[in-house]
Design a protein around this ligand. Structure first.
Ligand SMILES: [Ca+2]
Length: 297
């Protein structure tokens, strides 16, 4: 690894190299992000799991502070390798990978293993999204901007994760920008009964259009939330209602019953999407359900 100075850098870079031989094994689950206008799966988010599908927390509690650089590297490699094995890129969907900006010392150097892995497995870089969250750790915005520049230089998309929670907010969007913004699930929960939250989401739809940024609602769990979000103009959604994370699998998407009942509530988009949906369905390891398709089209 290159760049940086001093013994501290060497230790971090050594840790990154050791990402290949990380001391314990883990795997990935995948959860779709769905374009609800077309029924296409826009992306699959890779979520860390134990080898026997233990939850993310079970894995994370085993990671020591000294291992976090190597763990971050290993997560990316595991996500890309597992996705490649499942044929994700061939579906046309993107792969969304969470990463910790605090675990990136030198943006260019720390990206090298990811690039090497993607090339080795012929995974197209323009189908990779990196989800960034500021979390609880205070990360220098200049450092974040440098990371974003470097990642975009390689054709990756950047998403601001958990937008509206913690430190991931408007300042990050204003200073660094993003290809995608993922609205935090707390903003989505019970949104039909929360007019202020609804107003914020509706305003975010307009804001993101103006910034040429795509908006994703995460944590969509009920038909009521889904319908309210569609009413606000949200097009990309993720959550248990559409599909739960599936261990080492690209899961099928279950569309809400309302799509069957109200196939006309997006008349302007439905009528022109028939040809777009069907070919992709035949290629992907997912189902929309024949009835839903018929009513949609
Ligand atoms: Ca995420």
């Amino acid at each position: 690894m290159q760049s940086g100075s001093g013994g501290s850098t060497s230790r971090k870079c050594q840790a990154c190299r050791e990402g290949v031989d990380f001391p314990f094994q883990f795997s990935m689950a995948f959860q779709p992000i769905v374009d609800v206008q077309t029924g296409r799966i826009y992306a699959y988010e890779a979520l860390v799991r134990g080898l026997e599908n233990q939850p993310a927390g079970w894995v994370l509690e085993q990671v020591t502070a000294e291992q976090r650089y190597a763990f971050d590297q290993r997560c990316r490699v595991t996500a890309i390798a597992t996705a490649a094995k499942l044929g994700l890129a061939e579906t046309g969907a993107k792969l969304a990978i969470n990463f910790m900006p605090g675990a990136v010392y030198s943006p260019a150097a720390c990206l090298q293993l990811t690039l090497d892995t993607a090339r080795r497995l012929s995974f197209p870089s323009d189908q990779l999204i990196f989800e960034i969250t500021e979390g609880e750790e205070v990360v220098d915005r200049g450092h974040l901007a440098a990371i974003a520049r470097e990642y975009r230089r390689h054709g990756f998309e950047m998403a601001i994760d958990d937008f509206g929670a913690g430190y991931s907010g408007l300042n990050l969007l204003a200073e660094i920008g993003a290809d995608l913004v993922k609205l935090d699930m707390d903003l989505i929960r019970n949104i039909p009964e929360r007019p202020k939250a609804m107003a914020i989401v509706a305003a975010m739809v307009q804001l993101c259009e103006r910034l040429s940024t795509q908006l994703i609602a995460e944590g969509v769990e009920t038909p009521e939330e889904y319908e309210a979000l569609r009413g606000c103009g949200v097009r990309l959604m993720q959550g248990y209602l559409l599909a739960r994370p599936a261990f080492q699998t690209l899961p099928a998407v279950t569309l809400p019953d309302m799509w069957k009942r109200q196939g006309s509530y997006a008349d302007d988009t439905v009528s022109c999407e028939k040809d777009a949906i069907t070919p992709q369905l035949s290629q992907q390891n997912m189902t929309l359900g024949k009835e839903a398709l018929v009513s949609l089209c």
